[in-house]
Design a protein. Structure first.
Length: 402
């Protein structure tokens, strides 16, 4: 169907349109978020398993993660998603697989390239200009806007044991441990503060740590044995998970002062079951993660099951949220029509279908949808199926305010 065909059809709807809108509006509540399937590197085929997974989101709107590739290999490759375009992040050397774990504001991504069965992985930076750089045989987990990379470096002669490290312009600094044999760094803020986890002396327990000014300190727990720090913002808020006294892990935020000392530890709670974990935090302290197998958002002292924040008829089950930007975009993984998919959620701005942001769903929004007809993704893809089509037209008409 062409855009002209659509215009003619809509012009012929004048008489029954009021009835259609009333029925549609009654059947379709306005959700706070729209959601988009980021697809796979194998193409638009929805029947591809294991699909794709989004790990992180930059302040500039770039998403990174990994995806299954096309036949005949069906390998995992890292991806970078920008404005609806999914780009393959290549492996290095003879490796078969790659995964992108983090991305900074300029679009530079870091992650690993590896071969199945290999004992070591190759740390890689995929720059926004298309350059692929081998960083060394370690696992990068985050990159700051200034290019500081943090991660985990294998300890020679100790299988499966790593130390948290900082990489700056090719120089690697071993950050040490909290007294145990093992540590790993997961995040760094723009002040250079690094967080992760480490085993402690004489115990198998693992504790969340902060490293800054050359010192590593424990962030504590929620009364149990172990904790893990997974994200840090520039307000010195650290997100992760920590054990309760009974050993149950709960999502947590540690607030630090300017000296790096813990001034408060907040149990973020769960949706309805027992466990939770926070994987990312924005600049104001909103965190995302998972609770009892559901993707969640913690905001304003409340926990929200993100499945309740999208169209319930959209075909999604959201299982984990892994990134959040300051403009409220959220990424993670769920199942779309039964298959694992990376997702991107955006605040609907209060009016579902209001594509031009003027507070009403009207002819201007219809014009924008028709202009995007047949394109992949974008704001006009209201049902998040990866294509602007008749289903999106129906949703826009159902939300019509005129």
């Amino acid at each position: 169907m062409t855009c002209n065909d659509l215009h003619r059809r809509i012009a012929g709807m004048a008489a029954p349109l009021g009835v259609l809108l009333i029925l549609g509006a009654a059947a379709h509540a306005t959700p706070p978020y729209t959601i988009q399937d980021l697809g796979t590197l194998a193409g638009p085929d929805n029947k591809i398993d294991p699909g794709s997974f989004a790990f992180a989101l930059s302040s500039g709107g770039t998403v990174v993660g990994y995806s299954v590739t096309a036949l005949p290999t069906r390998n995992f490759h890292g991806f970078r998603w920008v404005n609806g375009v999914l780009t393959d992040l290549p492996v290095v050397g003879s490796d078969a697989h790659s995964m992108a774990y983090a991305v900074n504001a300029t679009g530079d991504a870091v992650g690993v390239s590896y071969a199945l069965g290999a004992l070591d992985v190759n740390g890689v930076r995929w720059s926004a200009d298309g350059t692929t750089t081998l960083l060394g045989q370690f696992e990068p987990r985050d990159i700051s806007d200034s290019g500081v990379v943090v991660g985990a470096l294998p300890v020679a002669g100790q299988l499966g044991v790593t130390h948290a490290i900082r990489w700056v312009n090719g120089a690697i600094t071993d950050l040490g441990t909290l007294g145990g044999s093992h540590s790993a760094a997961f995040a760094v803020n723009e002040a250079g503060w690094i967080v992760g986890d480490s085993t402690i002396n004489g115990s198998l327990a693992t504790r969340a740590f902060l490293w800054h000014d050359g010192n590593m300190s424990s962030l504590g727990t929620l009364g149990g044995a172990s904790s893990h720090a997974l994200a840090i913002n520039d307000a010195n808020q650290v997100a992760g998970l920590a054990d309760l006294a009974d050993g149950t892990p709960h999502a947590v935020i540690w607030q630090l002062n300017g000296a790096g000392q813990v001034v408060s530890t907040t149990d973020l709670g769960v949706v309805s079951g027992t466990y939770s974990a926070a994987y990312a935090i924005d600049s104001t302290g909103n965190a995302v993660g998972a609770s009892d197998g559901l993707a969640v958002l913690w905001s304003g002292g409340e926990v929200f099951d993100l499945n309740t924040q999208i169209d319930p008829l959209g075909g999604w089950i959201l299982t984990r949220a892994t990134g959040i930007s300051d403009d409220g975009w959220i990424v993670g993984q769920g199942k779309y029509l039964g298959f694992p998919r990376a997702f991107l959620m955006k605040p609907a701005g209060g009016v579902f279908g209001d594509l031009n942001g003027d507070g009403a769903v009207d002819g201007a929004d219809l014009g924008l949808l028709l202009a995007a007809w047949g394109s992949k993704g974008g704001d006009a893809d209201l049902d998040g199926n990866g294509m602007v089509d008749g289903a999106d037209l129906g949703l826009l008409l159902a939300a019509w305010t005129g």
